[in-house]
Design a protein around this ligand. Sequence first.
Ligand SMILES: Nc1ncnc2c1ncn2[C@@H]1O[C@H](COP(=O)(O)OP(=O)(O)OP(=O)(O)O)[C@@H](O)[C@H]1O
Length: 297
Amino acid sequence: MMHPTSEDSIQSGRGVTAAPGGAAVEFRNVSYRYPSGLQVIADLNLSVCRGESVGIVGPSGCGKSTLLSLIAGLAEAQAGDVEVVPDQSGRHLLSMMFQKDTVLPWLTVEQNIRLHYSFKKGRARGGQGRAARRATDEKIRELISMVHLGGFEQAYPYQLSGGMRRRVAVLASVAAFPQVLLLDEPFSAIDEPTRVTIHQDVFTIVRELGITTVLVTHDLAEAASMCDKVYILGPRPTFVFSEHEVPFGTGRDMMSLRETPAFLDLYSRLWRDLHLQINASHTVEPASIHPEGTGRR
Ligand SMILES: Nc1ncnc2c1ncn2[C@@H]1O[C@H](COP(=O)(O)OP(=O)(O)OP(=O)(O)O)[C@@H](O)[C@H]1O
């Protein structure tokens, strides 16, 4: 089934409801061991519905980034299947945003976005007619205004605050209109008030563009506010310990959400499970004790 959204939704302003059906990412009984022998993932099952935003939380070193590498195809599971299921839109399949600054310092805000916009699959490159170029310019302007960077199009990254640079990095990762966006602790270096405003912008953008999102984070409030579902992982070799539905819908306001009893209740349930898994991780022997890397408990 064709996903009901596309880049055109930027112009129409049409919102998108989460999870219109079908898995976009699926882990089936996945186990992964690094070449060093360290077993990081054991028999993990996890599914991300199309259009859904899913948070992945777990003790430090349990294998969250490894899980993203498996989705991105940067690593291959020794057992089980990791599947990224393309939709029929022909859109760019995957994009990834890391904690580190990935904005190119020698390009302006507008040029950074234009560069990634040009990666869009199936688009004519170069030799655009005037009308097509105008349409591209308009799309880029719209993207920039969606993260409240209007007026900074010609600024270079060094002229922006940390929060503004993160906004440019967000745009760079969505400008190719990927079907799936992987976020690896993307906002951890940002102060909390700025972080919450960026959460709002990212949430709006991924909904508008119909992007399935997998967010790895240590910030439970971030997971609870930005996601539709949160998975708590256990210590290495990691597995899904618990799964939490996030009941806040698509019109959520990140700033006021945090004051609500429902949010505080979800936060404390997430914390309880994470706390349990952090305690469990302390009983697992550190990897360094296993130079041959069995990593088994
Ligand atoms: N290329 C590699 N070779 C061998 N071991 C690795 C490699 N990359 C990561 N590891 C180990 O695999 C384990 C999981 O790493 P990963 O980065 O996936 O965990 P994480 O949950 O994302 O950690 P954190 O929360 O601290 O960012 C860690 O013990 C790490 O040291």
